[in-house]
Design a protein around this ligand. Structure first.
Ligand code: SRM
Ligand code: SF4
Length: 574
């Protein structure tokens, strides 16, 4: 095994606090791109260089540079924005972002298609909305998630507060962001600032933290590097947090030393210790994480390499305290609660389904971008983006409910999706994602339509089943935690994963590798039939598939590989 540092480590080290040659690259007008090293650094500033992959063949034929543009991702802990901020984001989307907003699986907003010449204008507009993109990407702590639906108002407020505290504390201190994008003054003396938590080379890899409030696992806590699960006392106040570590979804096809992994529940901490625990987990990963092999650099591998016991002991040493035994908790699902709910504080909240998080005015379809702008014009509470790519119109005063409902009805914002669609999620995929091997966001809606017909034929139209699709094995829509997970293998081909738990606590297992898209419905149909006739009362689809032997079980916290093992096949269900 080599101990040589990976290329990205050297880029970070030499970047003078994430500056690199970004300022010079921005000024170069002869290309829409930036140089390779800066492409890595610009992620820390919340953006990715991309190109429109649909246009590649034509541009190549014409001997033109790829159709380069940037994707910008905001960092908004807990996904909460005001209506005023929404209006400003709407304007950016209309002027610079192809008249679309993409809500992500990590509670935030993305703009696609921003050309280099417009980057500074967009960054200034984001700053004017009192928002930023710093550390939305890169080898740092990313956007911190918090349970979206504030129906348990007190616990939710505490969760959001913790998410914001962690986010602020772990924010890079470099002023490169202000300097490059907002014409801030260069740092005095020319030396980059100290990074007290990260040091000069930041983290070995991306790092993701969430805060969950049971029974909702809408942040998919087991998919995350670090999680806090609220433990409430009898009055509904926070007694403390169970701490989870080592979740992650990404893997590479055919490389068995990469794998999705559900997080382990490492212990329990008091509310006042949560930030210290978060920092300790981050710094142990900073010091122990693999800086030679990026594909083995996530916290999940650090924990598997060193063992959970050793990892916990080191965290405890740095905090200066032992963690308590994990307390009991129970999740009921990983989805959102659609429709109106009343909070404990008397406020009303409306969760609206947004297919794959894409807000635009669809040709001949719903005018979602405009509809949400209209909502923002009349709403005086806040909006919360959910980790399922949906939106909560939160804190609606009773006297405003009718007006909100009128806009929702006028623009078709409460699309009455069927049970499968309500639980469906796809990553962005083609044409912007440079890593996509197959269609995702552009294909899943049609597949769901087909599967809904099959489900209806078995009397399952109203059964909630979680289905998720990604265009590659990186797992951006967390497909390995779906009861039906489809992972892009190549054009029109997917690995079919089955049998995750509805509450997001157990991974799915590879059922059929390299399935042609035309064969997906026929492969699932017999399983739907068996579920309809053989399930026990209240049994979830994923649990049924495991109990009935269609897929082997995976244990929470255990890794799994691309081996299917002996199991019942779809054919034997017929
Ligand atoms: Fe992701 C890379 C989109 C959530 C695991 N992800 C990418 C990139 C930036 C492709 C790239 O590196 O060039 C994708 C940009 C596509 C585009 O055009 O917008 C991309 N990821 C997304 C989003 C937008 C998917 C979505 O449809 O919502 C999500 C943005 C989240 C955010 O707001 O921060 C998104 N990505 C996730 C998640 C889910 C989560 O965090 O809960 C995961 C799985 C969890 C995890 O990290 O393990 C995820 N994305 C990855 C990986 C694999 C990481 C790994 O450990 O192997 C990559 C590739 C990489 O990092 O090398 C990746
Ligand atoms: Fe791109 Fe793969 Fe993530 Fe989908 S899962 S957005 S294809 S990196």
């Amino acid at each position: 095994m080599t101990n040589e540092l990976s290329r990205n480590e050297r880029i970070k080290e030499a970047s003078a606090g994430l500056r690199g040659t970004l300022a010079e690259g921005l000024a170069r007008v002869e290309t829409g791109a930036i140089v390779e090293d800066d492409q890595q650094l610009v992620k820390f500033h919340g953006m990715y260089l991309q190109d429109d992959r649909d246009l590649r063949p034509e541009r190549m034929r014409k001997k033109l540079e790829k159709a380069y543009s940037f994707m910008l991702r905001l960092r908004i802990a807990g996904g909460v924005v005001t209506p005023q901020q929404w209006l400003k984001l709407d304007r950016i989307a209309r002027e610079y972002g192809g008249e679309a907003i993409r809500l992500t699986t990590r509670q935030t907003f993305q703009f696609h298609g921003v050309i280099k010449a417009n980057l500074k204008a967009v960054m200034a507009a984001i700053d004017a909305a009192a928002l930023d993109t710093l550390a939305a990407c890169g080898d740092v702590n990313r956007n911190v998630l918090a349970t979206s639906n504030p129906h348990r108002s007190r616990a939710h407020a505490a969760a959001l507060d913790l998410a914001r505290t962690i986010s602020d504390h772990l924010l890079p201190r470099t002023s490169a962001y202000r300097e490059i994008w907002l014409d801030g003054a260069p740092v005095a003396g020319g030396e980059p600032e100290e990074e007290p938590v990260y040091g000069r080379t930041y983290l070995p890899r991306k790092f993701k933290a969430v805060v969950a409030v049971p029974p909702d696992n809408d942040v998919d806590v087991f998919a995350q590097d670090l999680g806090f699960i609220a433990i409430l006392d009898d009055d509904g106040a926070i007694a403390g947090w169970n701490v989870t570590v080592g979740g992650g979804m990404g893997m590479t096809h055919g490389e068995n030393d990469t794998y999705p992994r559900t997080a382990d529940v490492m212990g329990f901490c008091a509310p006042e210790d949560a930030l210290a625990v978060a920092e300790a987990v981050v710094t142990v990963q900073r010091d122990w994480g693999n800086r030679s092999l990026r594909k083995r650099a996530r916290l999940k591998y650090t924990i598997d390499d060193h063992g959970l016991e050793a990892f916990r002991a080191e965290v405890e040493r740095r905090v200066g305290k032992k963690l308590g035994e994990p307390r009991p908790f129970a999740f009921s699902g990983s989805g959102d609660r659609y429709g109106w709910v009343e909070g404990e504080d008397g406020a009303s909240h409306l969760t609206l389904y947004v297919e794959n998080g894409r807000l635009r005015d669809f040709d001949g379809g719903p005018r979602l971008l405009t509809g949400f702008r209209r909502l923002a014009e009349i709403h005086d509470g806040e909006f919360r983006v959910t980790a399922n790519q949906n939106v909560v119109v939160a804190r609606v005063a009773t006297e405003n409910r009718a007006a909100i409902e009128a806009v929702v009805a006028e623009y078709g914002l409460d699309r009455r999706a069927g049970a499968l669609r309500r639980n469906a999620m796809a990553c962005v995929g083609l044409p912007t994602c440079g890593l996509a091997l197959a269609e995702s966001e552009r294909y899943l809606p049609d597949l769901v339509t087909t599967l809904e017909t099959r489900l209806a034929a078995h009397g399952l139209a109203e059964d909630e089943i979680v289905i998720r699709m990604t265009g590659c094995p990186n797992g951006c829509a967390r497909p390995y935690l779906a009861e039906i997970g489809l992972v892009g293998k190549g054009p029109g081909r997917y690995n079919l994963y089955l049998g995750a738990a509805f509450d997001g606590s157990r991974l799915a297992k590879l059922h059929t590798p390299d399935l042609h898209e035309d064969a997906i419905a026929d492969t699932l149909d017999p399983l739907f039939a068996a579920y309809a006739s053989e399930r026990e009362a209240g049994e979830r689809f994923g649990d049924f598939l495991v109990r009935a032997g269609f897929v082997a079980a995976t244990e929470s916290g255990l890794t799994f590989h691309d081996d299917t093992g002996p199991m019942r096949t779809s054919e034997t269900a017929r």
